[in-house]
Design a protein around this ligand. Structure first.
Ligand SMILES: Nc1ncnc2c1ncn2[C@@H]1O[C@H](COP(=O)(O)OP(=O)(O)OP(=O)(O)O)[C@@H](O)[C@H]1O
Length: 277
């Protein structure tokens, strides 16, 4: 079992002098509500390297989505600095739009446009950027193939299964070749078997595209299966409690999940979460 568990200290770049893809320094977020101020997250330090897959886990309400939304340019932090490729993402509460174009988002619901076909949904971000029709269709077809939707390019979202819709959403997020793929419980609404298949698909896609991923999940085995590092958060306010490196070679096979080494890691993370109660 990996032993390089760390506490919530700033994480030193693993690659030494490499510029981290994402750097989060002392980031916090408060919400002012009718019942007072909620310190949703506080003192978050995290560096993520190119090609790294980081999973965020923790109890409901510990601030996972808040962190992801701040990284994704959807919610300004109330303190601290977030940098994408060494450039501040936020300045005076405003997001740097050039940095946001490097980000790709996948949510729990695929959020496809029902009146667009699969290919048009995948190509939409390219259309919004003014990419010509021929080029964006060629790229969208390649992405449909990458996510295993060849033959369904002309289908509409209502004609797809939940897993297929999520694959289309992943393809759409990849269409702009994001530097950072941000995924918020992307498989949370899927049944266990489909989820397992999607984990394998995602692993393959991420390896093929060398994507850097921040992945929020409630599912500890899913986090351990996919991630290079699992970041465990605790609530009130949301903080990073522990960062665990997962050293299993990639690509990982589903059988890994039956090994004692895998289950030791899952158990130790589960134990940490139980201790919070
Ligand atoms: N817009 C908002 N206004 C007020 N409070 C908010 C807002 N967004 C989040 N919060 C609060 O911030 C805290 C963290 O919420 P967040 O959604 O980030 O947690 P989470 O870990 O993603 O939860 P879950 O796993 O249930 O999705 C919670 O206490 C939540 O109530």
């Amino acid at each position: 079992m990996p032993d390089n568990t760390t506490t919530a200290e700033p994480v030193v770049s693993e690659a030494g002098t490499d510029t981290p893809r994402l750097s989060i320094t002392d980031v916090g977020r408060d919400f002012h509500t009718r019942n007072g101020v909620i310190h949703a997250v506080s003192g978050i330090h995290l560096e993520i390297q190119r090609g790294e897959f980081v999973a965020l886990i923790g109890r409901s309400g510990c601030g996972k989505t808040t962190v992801l939304r701040m990284i994704g340019g959807l919610l300004p932090p109330t303190g601290g600095v977030i940098e994408v490729d060494s450039k501040p993402l936020w300045r005076d509460g405003r997001v740097d739009s050039s940095a946001v174009t490097k980000l790709g988002f996948v949510f729990q619901e695929a959020n496809l446009f029902p009146w667009f076909s699969v290919i048009d949904n995948i190509a939409l971000p390219l259309k919004l950027r003014g990419v010509g029709k021929r080029e964006r269709r060629t790229r969208a077809k390649e992405l449909a193939e990458l996510v295993g939707l060849t033959g369904f390019e002309g289908s509409y979202p209502r004609e797809l299964s939940g897993g297929m819709r999520q694959r289309a959403a992943i393809a759409r997020a990849l269409s702009t070749e994001p530097d950072l793929l941000l995924m918020d419980e992307p498989f949370g609404a899927l049944d266990a078997l489909t989820r397992e298949r999607m984990n394998l698909e995602l692993q393959r896609i991420v390896l093929e595209t060398s994507s850097t991923v921040v992945f929020v999940t409630h599912d500890i085995p899913e986090a351990v299966f996919l991630a290079d590092r699992v970041v465990q958060m605790t609530p009130r306010p949301g903080r990073i409690n522990k960062i665990l490196r997962v050293d299993f070679a990639k690509p990982r096979d589903v059988d890994l999940q039956t090994t004692p080494e895998f289950n030791d890691i899952v158990r130790s993370l589960r134990h940490e979460l139980d201790e919070e109660e």
